[in-house]
Design a protein around this ligand. Structure first.
Ligand code: IVH
Length: 685
């Protein structure tokens, strides 16, 4: 038995080795999960033996740690989105179209389960049977783009509502349970109060903070936050499921999952409509945020028969609650300069209670909107808060005017830099917009917004660098653009108002860590017009490295995804065409910003192979030419998935020397079997 000190030494050596492979050579030998396991073991040992902790341990220098983002997980069964309905008529139409497809009588007592639509974050929890019959929680992933999410297993393990296992009913080996991770409102508010007390940034709403929390790199941090989950669906499984969704919910409840007690079994669509009326108001009594109901056909065989469109299953639909409205008064209009130079109006209004919060500001979108609404300062207005966080002004109540209202003064100079503003018409033929635009790229207001965006959670995720800090640094003349961030010195930051050694140190470290954020984040962080987080991810996946992205032709850019992307390509070409942008990228690289190549991607895109893509493999027996780990990597590189046990869902079993029971099972189930030679041929045709 090695002593703890020995093992700690060993682990530190190993982790450093893999860190270097990953970050400097971009040639990892082990998966992120394996790396996480090493780091976790070290963390636990150091916690148990604080005397052996060291400031230069990889557990302390997290920046180089594994968790630069999370490993990608390809979902065995896609996580679809859901269609929406907004009133009883649309619900009935949905019902009738289903009945028609199923060839059943729409007037009959078709059963539906009505659930609350939880406003949180969907996750997929995979359980696999182990020796002894217990099913263990082996993998937890976010929805991502529906096909591929992020491996957040360690974070999910800290959530009490997620069982780490259960006694698996006979017959099945795999059960994926899906559900929504969220914060109860009270827990959320308590957490925010505590954060405010500690001088930390508070979260805007429970949904955003749940998402942000799940994507925290440090599970210990996640454990401190009171996340919970309701389970409501299944993904891949070879269990014998009951005949109905209602019974499925009862089953998983028995297995230990938390299932929402507010669920209704309805006979006929009119009972469903009745529930929508009940919950329009009753939802306010719930301890959590919900934006609607989810209506699901009860019979699972009918669900399967109906299938799905490219986006959503037909057998389920969301009924969206109507947005809440309230009356207030427009006090003044404020003009904000955004990072792209668009100057947008924001309404300051008399405080009003709306959807559980006090609202003082609402968006007015653009000058065109003010003109369209014919708004004046002093107007009585209706405001609405729908699914979005930011309320909007719906209209002025003309009948309440008394003549004291004033015209809103539209600025002709940028409030940030004083240069002339232009009006730009845009939008679609249906909805036209007129935007005020500051065309001075050096406008200090724009620059600050760009820095804030660069540091934001979905971009480079530099903790501690929010709007206030950016202003403070810029006011002190310490930063004029994002490249300057990497030259900030701890002492200078510490000498600023309300800053200390500790926070300065943390900020410098957070900035340093951002040097190796994944390419997708970096591309989003650049703030290229039209390039949102989603496109950035697709671009990173397509081009793999920053150089390839910068060198891509317009045609290549226009073809990076299946969407309508000419606008994106144009914006990128325009961005690259500006000298100051390329100069900024050069300076960022000089400062050590070096996003590791996107491997979910370029490499895989080259390798994607019909023999492997989207298929599930099981490896058994001893392979001669490569280790199992390597075989797994080769399969995954080509878009396949490796699972531990054979089931009806297995596509191929690769059999080496002296295989075990998996081989027999494959034979009995009639699963395709490749011997090693065949496997080799498929790998290198
Ligand atoms: S059912 C596609 N049930 O709504 C249908 N979804 O699903 C399978 N959601 O983003 C999911 N509460 O995160 C289902 N009770 C519930 C839900 C629910 C919230 C979310 C889910 C997803 C979206 C569509």
């Amino acid at each position: 038995m090695p002593t703890p000190a020995d093992r700690i030494g060993e682990l530190r050596g190993e982790i450093e080795h893999h860190n270097r492979l990953y970050h400097e050579l971009a040639e990892p030998e082990i998966t992120d999960r394996e790396f996480d396991a090493l780091l976790r073991e070290l963390q636990e040992l150091e916690e148990r033996h604080p005397e052996l902790a060291a400031p230069d341990s990889p557990t302390q220098t997290v920046g180089a740690g594994p968790a630069q983002g999370f490993a990608g997980v390809r979902h065995a069964v896609r996580m679809l989105s859901i269609s929406n309905t907004y009133d009883a008529a649309e619900l009935r139409k949905w019902h009738e179209s289903n009945c028609k497809r199923l060839d059943i009588d729409p007037a009959g007592d078709v059963e539906y389960v009505v659930e609350l639509k939880i406003d949180g974050l969907a996750v997929n929890l995979r359980y696999e049977r182990r020796e002894g019959g217990r099913a263990e929680f082996v993998l937890g992933a976010t929805r991502g783009d529906g096909r591929q999410g992020e491996d957040v297993t360690l974070n999910l393990k800290t959530i009490a509502a997620i069982p780490d296992g259960f006694d698996a009913p006979e017959g099945g080996n795999v059960l994926e349970v899906r559900g929504e991770v969220y914060f109860e409102r009270e827990a959320f508010e308590r957490m925010n109060e505590e954060r405010a007390k500690r001088g930390e940034q508070t979260f805007a709403n429970p949904r955003n903070s749940a998402a942000g929390t799940l994507k925290q790199l440090d599970p210990a941090l996640v454990a401190q936050r009171p996340l919970t989950m309701f389970a409501y669906a299944f993904g891949e499984t070879d269990f014998d499921l009951p005949a109905t969704h209602w019974e499925f919910l009862q089953l998983i409840e028995r297995l230990g999952f938390r299932v929402n007690p507010d669920r209704m079994l309805c006979r006929g669509i009119e009972e469903v409509v009745g529930q929508t009326l009940v919950w329009e108001s009753k939802r306010r009594e719930l301890g959590y945020d919900t934006d609607g109901l989810v209506v699901k056909l009860n019979r699972l065989d009918w669900q399967a028969e109906l299938g799905a469109t490219s986006k959503a299953p037909r057998a389920a639909t969301a009924y969206k609650f109507s947005a809440e409205q309230a009356q207030s008064r427009l006090l003044s209009v404020e003009w904000n300069v955004g990072r792209t130079g668009a100057v947008t109006p924001v309404a300051n209004m008399e405080p009003v209670q709306l959807a559980g919060t006090t609202v003082r500001r609402a968006t007015l979108y653009n000058v065109g909107e003010i003109r369209r609404l014919g708004l004046k300062t002093g107007d009585a207005i209706m405001v609405e808060k729908g699914g979005d966080i930011i309320p909007k002004v719906l209209r002025a109540i003309d009948s309440l005017r008394d003549g004291s209202e004033r015209d809103i003064v539209v600025p002709d100079k940028c409030p940030g830099c004083g240069s002339d503003l232009g009006e730009i018409a845009g939008g679609t033929t249906k909805k036209q917009t007129v935007t005020l635009q500051c065309v001075n790229v050096a406008c200090p207001a724009q620059v600050r917004e760009r820095i804030e965006h660069y540091a934001s959670r979905n971009a480079m995720d530099i903790e501690g660098l929010g709007g206030k800090m950016v202003n403070q640094l810029a006011d002190a003349g310490l930063i004029a653009d994002v490249a300057d961030l990497y030259h900030l010195e701890r002492e200078r930051i510490a000498s600023l108002d309300r800053q200390g050694e500790r926070s300065a140190e943390n900020l410098v470290e957070a900035i340093a860590r951002s040097r190796t954020q994944p390419l997708a984040r970096f591309l989003f962080a650049l703030g290229i017009r039209q390039v949102g987080a989603q496109s950035a991810q697709e671009l990173a996946a397509k081009f793999g490295t920053l150089d390839r992205f910068l060198g891509a032709t317009r045609e290549e850019l226009a073809a990076f995804s299946d969407q309508e992307t000419n606008a994106v390509a144009d914006a990128i070409v325009e961005f690259r065409g500006r000298k100051e942008n390329m100069e900024l990228i050069r300076r960022l690289r000089e400062a050590g910003v070096n996003p590791p190549p996107d491997t979910t991607s370029a490499e895989r895109a080259q390798h994607l192979d019909a023999d492997f893509d989207g298929r599930t493999f099981v490896l058994t027996g001893e392979l001669q030419a490569m280790t199992r780990g390597d075989a797994k990597k080769e399969i995954e590189k080509r878009g396949g998935k490796v699972s531990g046990s054979v089931s009806k869902k297995t596509d191929v079993v690769v059999v080496g020397e002296s295989p075990g029971g998996k081989y027999d099972k494959a034979v009995s189930l009639g699963v395709t079997i490749w011997d090693e030679a065949e496997f080799g041929r498929r790998l290198s045709p």
